[in-house]
Design a protein around this ligand. Structure first.
Ligand code: UP5
Ligand code: MG
Length: 203
């Protein structure tokens, strides 16, 4: 995709930092297309006939990262479909604005997406403590039905995040692309800050 026509913003942060929640709010403000890598993988896991079902299920439960080819393909397919929809409906000239949530979470994915799919303009990085994330995930786990919202999986997700995803954030920080937002505060307060960061990008 042409980086001049398509705006990609990565939304990163630990498990339960509030990525999905904030993306929902930013979609209302700016009309982004929100693509959650985790949601796309869960949908693929449940798709009848998927050859990746078991692989995805195992990785999610163990908090490890699904081989990047699978995730990158799912994201690319969704981006293509969204751009076609936008071109077709007359109110847009095929430009797309994407929030890519929970991706890239490992260096190999970052390099592949940047070089083969599209460069990101910005990385929004939500940070809070593991204690806060743990409380949020256990609370959500009461009703989410997510196979990884249990204490064993959560600990593994924290480990993967620290070992594999933090280097990605450091990599983009060196390129001056990272806006860090403390997501310990209320959803409303965090949303105001995130919204301002995006306004600055588009101004
Ligand atoms: N909540 C949110 N914000 C709050 C606030 N400010 N104050 C109080 N409460 C707040 O939020 C979590 C909970 O906290 C919610 O109940 C919310 O109401 C509350 P949410 O917005 O869902 O947080 P989010 O950061 O999106 O947490 P999520 O659990 O989705 O993060 P993960 O990164 O762990 O999960 P994801 O779905 O991205 O990935 C799951 C797995 O998929 C990975 O572990 C991995 O195995 C696999 N995966 C890959 O292999 N490759 C990828 O590229 C992506 C995923
Ligand atoms: Mg999420």
């Amino acid at each position: 995709f042409d980086h001049n026509k398509v705006t990609v913003i990565y939304i990163l942060g630990g498990p339960g930092a509030g990525k999905g929640t904030q993306c929902g709010r930013l979609v209302e403000d700016f009309g982004f297309c929100h693509l959650s890598a985790g949601d796309l993988l869960r949908a693929e896991q449940n798709r009848v006939g998927s050859q990746y079902g078991i692989l995805i299920q195992t990785c999610i439960r163990e908090g490890t990262i699904v081989p990047m080819e699978v995730t990158v393909k799912l994201l690319e397919n969704e981006m293509t479909a969204e751009l076609q929809r936008r071109t077709g409906d007359g109110w847009n000239d095929g430009r797309g604005r994407f929030l890519i949530d929970g991706f890239p979470r490992k260096m190999d994915q970052a390099i592949k997406f940047d070089t083969e799919v599209c460069l990101a303009s910005l990385v929004i990085f939500f940070t809070t403590s593991e204690e806060v994330m743990l409380v949020r995930l256990l609370e959500r786990g009461k009703t989410s039905g997510r196979e990884d919202d249990n204490i064993e999986s959560i600990k593994k997700r924290f480990r993967t995040y620290n070992d594999q995803t933090m280097p990605v954030i450091q990599y983009y920080a060196k390129e001056d692309k990272v806006a860090e937002i403390d997501s310990t505060a209320s959803i409303e307060v965090v949303h105001k800050e995130a919204s301002q960061v995006i306004k600055n990008l588009f101004s």
